[in-house]
Design a protein around this ligand. Structure first.
Ligand SMILES: [Zn+2]
Length: 306
């Protein structure tokens, strides 16, 4: 990749301290940008974050192209796996959300979760997604779309029964500000469901710079269950549950990045990657074990506005 991008150095997204300990330098593995990005850990509050970041316009222009993985629906098998996940989420949320409740999903990507919500619930569904093409695609399922950021949407205070964010929080330049905005737009007792990579994952230590969860420079903040719980509770939420759901494609994804880093072609590495059903099945027992130990690659939390 030969495009020039402008890099800036950011402070800790939680406490704004610039006192940090370097963790690792990682390369982008989707558009092959040649310079590494620095992941650091804040010495003041312990949050890990990407210290060197492309400026926002360059980040969007170069690293979120139309073929970005989150905008793809994937294979039939992937869609079935996604649907299974969403049914579990519906069960979790349905006992708290009233009939005809108003639910907002932030950053729906290919929107498979919203599609499941629209098929299986009577919830009034809204989505915030800056990508206009995605908004057009999902509006056909009766979802009210807002082609902007959450802050730009400027929803009324206390207007939603639930807000969901699946693998979005770690992408945001100001995750703490967004959490406060979510708290504002929720009704008292409203739910906030979020899933993100687990910085405490055992596979992060095993795969090091090939760990998929670094996803530089798109993942700007790296959460653990403990520090996300602390940030949310400071913002006025109570914790209802913290789960370590089985996500069997994560370790194959890291494995394929490791192979690419060793010089193996993308095509061959993909045979062992997150799109390879056989390899995903082979790695499943390992993922189940890590999930039981609460050291797998993702965690899902459900919070309730006080
Ligand atoms: Zn900090």
């Amino acid at each position: 990749m030969t495009e020039t991008i402008q890099i800036h150095h950011v402070p800790c997204p939680r406490c704004k301290s610039t006192d940090f300990t370097p963790v690792i330098s990682v390369l982008d593995y989707l558009v092959d940008y040649p310079e590494p990005f620095a992941v650091v850990c804040c010495n003041s509050c312990g949050l890990a974050y990407l210290r060197t970041q492309p400026i926002f316009d360059d980040l969007m222009r170069v690293f979120y192209r139309s073929d970005y993985i989150s905008y793809e629906e994937g294979s039939w098998l992937n869609r079935q796996r996604e649907s299974f996940k969403h049914k579990g989420r519906i069960r979790d949320l349905a006992s708290h959300i009233p009939a005809n409740g108003k639910v907002l999903d932030i950053g729906p990507g290919a929107a498979s979760m919203l599609r499941n919500f629209s098929l299986e619930t009577d919830w009034r569904l809204h989505a915030v997604e800056p990508n206009r093409d995605i908004c057009q695609q999902i509006a056909k399922w009766g979802i009210v779309t807002h082609a902007c950021t959450l802050e730009e949407a400027n929803f009324d205070t206390g207007s939603f029964d639930a807000v969901t964010m699946i693998h979005v929080l770690e992408h945001l330049p100001d995750p703490v500000g967004t959490i406060h905005e979510i708290h504002r737009i929720l009704k008292p007792g409203g739910l906030f469901l979020t899933e993100q990579p687990n910085f405490k994952s055992a596979a992060r230590n095993m795969f090091r710079d090939a760990w998929w969860g670094y996803h530089a420079p798109r993942h700007l903040t790296h959460f653990t269950p403990d520090n996300l719980k602390s940030i949310l509770e400071d913002a006025g939420f109570d914790t209802l549950s913290i789960r370590h759901p089985i996500r069997p494609a994560c370790n194959p994804w890291s494995f394929s990045i490791r192979l690419e880093n060793l010089g193996i072609s993308k095509k061959v590495a993909a045979l062992f990657g997150n799109r390879s059903p056989i390899f995903i099945l082979l790695m499943l027992p390992f993922e189940v074990l890590l999930s039981l130990l609460k050291r797998n690659d993702v965690f899902e939390v459900l919070f309730c506005k006080r």
